[in-house]
Design a protein around this ligand. Structure first.
Ligand code: SAM
Length: 209
């Protein structure tokens, strides 16, 4: 009997895109990970004291208000990457041309110019296959400036086992650093309160090459 094999990356990518396009098209802002403007974790970026001209990328941005907060803070070179065109259309309706919007699987995305900040809230944790985690790490390294930082937020070890009906890997900050081959400069635990008042513990890792 043939050994079951993992679907090819382009097949998985198509499944990922179709799942997320459906989620964004049908649910809009009515999703568990939604942060209201006062919940957005922009303080993490403030603490890095970046030049507003610094290239910043938010991968798996969805239609998050985080991008609005970056633009509002004066960042002039913001790129939001998401596999869902519907999510980015929603973002476009708010931020217009103030950010570059790129429809792409994060496993296919390398920034065309070195970024000073790579931000990921709740995308890396969907990569439960070590091969995908390695691919993500390669793209991150290829995108990040030598003096750049990455902020990676995932469900914490005591957090939910699924998100949007998909399995996730729950992480401690040290393990994120090891998986991505980066140096941990700060770690935090934060709790996200969903729109229906349940709580989700997150790990946040601030990393540098
Ligand atoms: C849980 S939501 C988080 C959205 C946003 N970062 C936030 O904090 O509100 C995950 C987002 O990642 C996107 N996504 C999932 N897998 C992706 C992938 N492989 N490449 C790019 N985007 C992806 C989804 O469309 C969705 O917008």
């Amino acid at each position: 009997m043939a050994t079951p094999t993992r679907p090819a990356l382009n097949t998985l990518g198509a499944m990922t895109a179709s799942h997320w396009e459906s989620v964004h098209s049908t649910k809009g802002a009515d999703v568990s990970w939604r942060q209201t403007a006062d919940q957005v974790w922009i303080d993490l970026v403030d603490d890095l004291a970046l030049d507003p001209a610094a290239p910043v990328v938010d991968v798996g941005s969805g239609s998050s208000l985080f991008v609005d907060a970056l633009v509002g803070a004066g960042f002039r070179d913001v790129t939001a990457v998401d596999v869902s065109a519907a999510a980015l259309a929603s973002l476009r309706s708010r931020v217009g041309d103030s950010a570059h919007l790129v429809v792409s699987d994060v496993l296919e995305f390398v920034s065309p110019r070195p970024v000073r900040l790579w931000h990921d809230r709740a995308v890396f944790h969907f990569l439960v296959d070590p091969a995908d985690q390695s691919r993500y790490a390669r793209n991150l390294h290829a995108s990040l400036s030598p003096d750049g930082h990455a902020i990676i937020a995932t469900f914490a070890p005591e957090g939910p086992e699924t998100c949007s009906g998909l399995p996730v890997q729950r992480w401690a900050a040290d393990d994120i650093a090891a998986a991505l081959g980066l140096t941990l400069v700060r770690s935090e635990s934060r709790v996200h309160t969903t729109p229906w008042e349940s709580t989700q513990p997150f790990t946040i890792a601030v990393l540098r090459p």
